[in-house]
Design a protein around this ligand. Structure first.
Ligand SMILES: Cc1ncc(COP(=O)(O)O)c(C=O)c1O
Length: 343
């Protein structure tokens, strides 16, 4: 039985291909916040593939990452196999069952992982609504999917009262919001990802940035060789490539702007996002999702917010043109619905 495409996670191209009968290779995947421009991965010596990753490679990446993220030092940085690995581990090692607040709506894996580890999860729409029993607070900043941003000062103020886990998976395009530099002083745990901005989600590399004692605890929990040698090597090159990083930031900002214009011209209302994805509302988002999918374009729907669609960035002119053509060819019934709502 094929999965209901409306309920798919981002990036579920194989399931969409099955549901809509379109080969995987024919899809334009706009369902994630992964940059369409991957960091140009260098060829690696056979040795890197052949040997277990050594401590030197880990130490090199810790130093490079501390500098890129502005962490207090390499002992505050732990490479992990994608941010998701830390999202899974943290609830299990951060003490006995407790009340945990999560600023929502957000990336659903946080609530799932804390609940699965036996904690009592409270999702709150505003920081003002955090129940007083909650010692721990989870924030995605900037947020996925709506791009809500707390300033670094606001996050640090929250860390005066809570242990704050800040998922900064999308902060590469907004480095000014990061609190990574404060992790040794405040009860702050920052998560960073190589998957999104560097377009390397398949590499499975991310970081936890926190006080050295917690980093040591997490390193112990994940065990040896949790991050592959190729990931350590590629991460060490990508994070020091200042020219590529600056060019990527500029090009993502241009693409996000262009996407906003295209969506607005098609009658959607852009309500938020970051330079890695845009969130739009539509009176018939479900109809539009299906129409785009029948044209081989996958975007991200939200079952609990049925008027929302999240769009990743098209990677080139051809992808923009394909999206534009599909939006223009929207069936009259959907357009009619839109007009009825407009008036
Ligand atoms: C907010 C957020 N954090 C973390 C992740 C997982 O990222 P990674 O590929 O680093 O595991 C995602 C993936 O979509 C995400 O949206």
């Amino acid at each position: 039985m094929p999965a209901d495409p409306w309920r798919l996670h981002g990036g579920a191209i194989a399931a969409a291909a099955h549901s809509f009968g379109i080969p995987v290779s024919d899809w334009l995947d706009l369902s994630t916040g992964i940059s369409p421009h991957s960091y140009p991965v260098p060829p690696l010596p056979l040795q890197t593939w052949h040997c277990l990753p050594d401590a030197g490679a880990t130490a090199r990446l810790q130093a490079v990452a501390a500098s890129y993220y502005g962490a207090p030092g390499p002992t505050c940085v732990l490479p992990v196999a994608g941010t998701q690995a830390a999202i899974q581990w943290l609830p299990r090692i951060l003490g006995p069952a407790q009340d945990v607040a999560i600023l929502a709506p957000t990336y659903a894996e946080h609530a799932r992982a804390w609940a699965a580890a036996g904690h009592r999860v409270h999702t709150v729409a505003r920081v003002e609504d955090i129940p007083s029993a909650c010692r721990t607070l989870v924030i995605v900043n900037p947020n996925n999917p709506d791009g809500r941003v707390l300033t670094a000062a606001q996050v640090l103020a929250l860390a005066e009262r809570h242990c704050v886990v800040v998922d900064e998976a999308f902060a590469d395009v907004m480095p000014e919001v990061s609190v990574a530099g404060h992790c040794d002083r405040a009860p702050l745990i920052v998560l960073r990802s190589i998957g999104k901005f560097f377009g390397l989600a398949g590499l499975r590399l991310g970081f936890v940035i926190a006080a050295p004692a917690l980093i040591a605890q997490l390193a112990e929990a994940q065990g040896p060789w949790a991050v592959s040698g190729p990931a350590l090597a590629i991460g060490s090159e990508a994070l020091v490539d200042a020219g590529w990083i600056a060019a990527a930031r500029a090009s993502l900002a241009r693409a996000a702007h262009r996407l906003d214009a295209l969506l607005a011209a098609a009658g959607l209302t852009v309500i938020g996002g970051t330079d890695l994805f845009r969130l739009a509302t539509d009176a018939d988002a479900r109809g539009l999702f299906d129409h785009l999918a029948r044209n081989g374009i996958l975007v991200r729907p939200f079952t609990d917010q049925p008027q929302w669609l999240r769009f990743g960035l098209p990677g080139d002119d051809a992808a923009f043109a394909r999206l534009e053509a599909a939006l223009r060819s929207r069936p009259a019934v959907t357009l009619g619905l839109l007009r009825a709502v407009d008036t």
